[in-house]
Design a protein around this ligand. Structure first.
Ligand code: NAP
Ligand code: MG
Length: 400
């Protein structure tokens, strides 16, 4: 069989732990036998990030800017425990945070629906896509431990010499304090990505924040969304028959639970982090959610929404059998290959991406699945398989 040819390389961003193991299996079993895979490889495994003082993460982001499309494996965000485990020089920032800060843009996460895995929320009949603002806020914060008595102030020194200063709090004992920021330009491109995506998908768009409490910070998000909608998108929304709806974040959560799905929910960075995990587990499993970062310049980075599945990796290292779900990582590859195909007008590559996704869904609907899904499926006669056998079952479906 002749392998599918690629004209432009994909930016391949490798990662950590169990997902790094799955990454290799997916390439060997599901991609390389069918495609003459052209990638530019960046190793974001924690050891190499440490060796390069995290320069490799910056290089990977710039490569996505150069080629337009990347696919990323889950990576460890170091904490105190990881510092010790990997003997790190520094507690590096989240690689996703670094990539998002360089690429800007918005992360869209959509559950992968399969027959036999029913959402916990009975009335959710269609997927709910979360659009997560991928810039700033608590992910780019500055924070201090307050070790005793003292005064924390917020000071803004403008270039023209004006100074604004306010006391945040006068501490009479230990505590914590943090500062964070966002940019009008980033909020505006976030709004544009969401409105465009909604038009493209012909789905209603919701946006929520806490502007009653955070009148200036969250209020800015609300106002920019309203302005972008009124001046750039309202007419097209009305023509398409879709709506834009703004509400408070707590109201949005209550309404989501009662909705039938089929909407795009734009979330601020932190809300998107939290609610995408809530939605993915309510729709089935963390491993059944696609994730793509879309920059305002039209760069795409595909990944899985879950982490490196550390617990399974430690079992794997001990030689124990694992049953880790590779669906989200497979869909990251298929999404990236499809987008690469669209940009290069490579019909064969697009068709392969479709076939790979169909083979994956057919495998699960046929009753062969990993442990996380076997636990929650409504199908009978289920065959629970290990990590590699699941990927091999997809390969058989693909070959058939
Ligand atoms: P996680 O890797 O998402 O795993 C949490 C738990 O969810 C797992 O222990 C497992 O449950 C279940 N799970 C997640 N993905 C699964 C899959 N593909 N198949 C089967 N079960 C799956 O989160 P974590 O353990 O909190 O984080 C581990 C590391 O990932 C951390 O170092 C964190 O920094 C990093 N992380 C990276 C990203 C990213 O790169 N996008 C995102 C989040 C976290 P059971 O153990 O019950 O089977
Ligand atoms: Mg998260």
């Amino acid at each position: 069989m002749k392998k599918i040819q690629m004209t432009t390389p994909l930016v391949e961003i490798d990662g950590d732990e169990m997902t790094r193991i799955l990454w290799k299996m997916i390439k060997e079993e599901l991609l390389e036998p069918f495609i003459d895979l052209k990638t530019e490889y960046y190793d974001l495994g924690l050891e190499y990030r440490d060796q390069t003082d995290d320069q490799v993460t910056i290089d990977a982001a710039n490569a996505i800017k150069k080629y337009g499309v990347g696919v990323k494996c889950a990576t460890i965000t170091p904490n105190a425990q990881r510092m010790e485990e990997y003997n790190l020089k520094k507690m590096y920032k989240s690689p996703n945070g670094t990539l998002r800060a360089i690429l800007d843009g918005t992360v869209f996460r959509t559950p992968i629906l399969v027959k036999g895995i029913e959402p916990c929320v009975k009335n959710w009949k269609e997927p709910i896509t979360i659009a997560r603002h991928a810039y700033g806020d608590v992910y780019k914060n500055t924070e201090f431990l307050v070790t005793g008595k003292g005064k924390a102030k917020l000071v803004l020194e403008m270039e023209d010499g004006t100074v604004k200063e306010e006391t945040i709090f006068t501490f009479d004992g230990p505590g914590v304090v943090q500062g964070m920021y966002n940019l009008d330009s980033s909020i505006r491109s976030f709004a544009r990505s969401c409105f465009s995506y909604a038009l493209n998908e012909k789905k209603d768009l919701w946006f929520a924040s806490k502007d009653t409490i955070s009148k200036i910070y969250d209020g800015r998000f609300k106002d920019i969304f309203a302005e972008v909608y009124e001046t750039e998108y309202k007419e097209d929304f009305e023509k398409t028959g879709i709506t834009y709806f703004y509400t408070l974040i707590d109201d949005a959560v209550a309404r989501i639970m009662k909705s039938k799905g089929g909407i795009i929910w734009a979330c601020k960075n932190y809300d998107g982090d939290v609610f995408s995990d809530m939605l993915s587990s309510a729709f089935g499993s963390l491993a059944m959610m696609t994730s793509v970062l879309v920059s305002p310049e039209g760069y795409y980075e595909y990944e899985a929404a879950h982490g490196t599945v550390q617990r399974h990796y430690y079992k794997y290292l001990k030689g124990e059998e694992t049953s880790t779900n590779s669906v989200a990582t497979i869909f990251a590859w298929s999404g990236a290959l499809r987008k690469r195909g669209e940009l290069d007008q490579n019909e064969e590559l697009i068709a392969f991406a479709d076939k790979l996704e169909k083979a994956t869904i057919d495998t699960i609907e046929g009753g062969t699945m990993t442990g996380d899904l076997a636990l929650i499926t409504t199908l009978s006669n289920v065959k629970k398989v290990n990590s590699l056998d699941f990927i091999k079952a997809i390969r058989s479906a693909l070959e058939a």
